[in-house]
Design a protein around this ligand. Structure first.
Ligand code: ASP
Length: 340
């Protein structure tokens, strides 16, 4: 039987067509998707579509919309074999990361894609991305989906969603997964790297619908001032800080800096050490410039991406558990987002 796929259009460049007289880009009506991409008629899938009433540029993405997306998947989970989410590429890695945490025990493909050029433009990368994403979402063997996880498909490669980042605003090849191999490559055939793809869990899907965004990212740079650091760490209501550090998780050893971080931790703020480097990992204690962080209770983000760190914090902060448990969960590999 043909797989049944639900295509959800949230917005972004992929769903735009050009007004031929003015040249302006505007979203097209997804009810007419097959007029724009007639090739879809030739796929052996049953395709149904839902479009956001007001499609958004993904720079306007928000945790409220992530919750809406998680609910859509929950409501349709048993009626479809897989999901394809069309999304602007700018924040796609954040949304994919967030959904990976929200959809615990996910057993069906949730494949994100988008494009750098609108689908209505002749040189678009959108058609290939869309068609292959649908093929991936519907791929199965022995009645089991080949990719039962949240992933991003872009320009011939499939990546784990919470390992991915957008690194190029100009090339079709816009995404990278620096610390985890690709899950599939689309050439003449789609080659699935089954060793790297999560196994379908036995447990039932649990959808987490609460996120807490009382967090901040503190990106370090040489010369960061005490005044600014101190006021950021004293923001009312702040619950967690992603400390975006140098190299293998290093930070200034100046006394004022360590004291400010220590004070924040004593005030029950979680401090999560994520490196500014795209490859490699945080190793607290490797250098003197990170030993003090370890000593005062900063939590190592290992090789997590910034996108996954931010969304993992939002997810964990909203869980009904105490701060000790939250800190413990942060160190755990929950959805394949870190390599430990
Ligand atoms: N600014 C657009 C967005 O992220 C770019 C894209 O669609 O790729 O929504």
């Amino acid at each position: 039987m043909a797989s049944k796929i639900l295509l959800i259009y949230t917005g972004g460049t992929i769903g735009m067509v050009q007004n031929h007289s003015t040249g302006a880009l505007k979203p097209f009506d997804f009810k007419h998707l097959k007029n724009e991409v007639p090739e879809l008629n030739r796929l052996a899938v049953t395709l149904e579509t839902i479009s956001f009433e007001q499609p958004i540029d993904s720079s306007n993405m928000h945790p409220i919309i992530w919750i809406k997306l998680a609910e859509l998947i929950e409501q349709n989970y048993h009626s479809y074999d897989g999901f394809v989410i069309l999304h602007g590429s700018d924040t796609m890695a954040y949304t994919a990361s967030a959904l990976s945490f929200m959809l615990e025990n996910l057993g069906k493909p949730v494949i994100f894609t988008g494009s750098q050029l609108p689908i209505g433009i002749i040189r678009t990368d959108g058609k290939e991305n869309l068609i292959t994403a649908i093929e991936i979402a519907s791929a199965h063997k022995n009645n089991l989906p080949l990719v039962p996880e949240v992933a991003i498909y872009f320009e011939y490669e499939l990546f784990r969603g919470n390992r991915t980042l957008k690194y190029n605003a100009a090339h079709f090849d816009a995404f990278k997964s620096p610390n985890y191999p690709s899950l599939a490559e689309a050439g003449v055939n789609i080659e699935f790297k089954t060793n790297y793809i999560s196994k379908k869990p036995k447990k039932k899907l649990i959808v987490h619908k609460e996120l807490d965004n009382d967090i901040v990212v503190l990106h370090l740079f040489p010369g960061i001032s005490k005044k600014i650091t101190s006021s950021i760490l004293k923001i009312t209501g702040l619950k967690a800080v992603v400390l975006n550090t140098f190299g293998a998780g290093n930070a200034p050893t100046e006394k004022w800096f360590v004291d400010e971080i220590k004070q924040a931790i004593e005030n029950n703020i979680i401090v999560y050490n994520v490196t500014q480097c795209l490859e490699g990992k945080v190793i607290q204690g490797k250098y003197e410039t990170s030993s003090q962080l370890k000593k005062i209770g900063v939590i190592s983000g290992e090789d997590i991406t910034l996108e996954a760190a931010v969304t993992k914090l939002m997810y964990i902060l909203a869980l009904p558990v105490n701060i000790k448990k939250k800190k413990e969960l942060l160190t755990k590999n929950l959805r394949g987002e870190i390599s430990n």
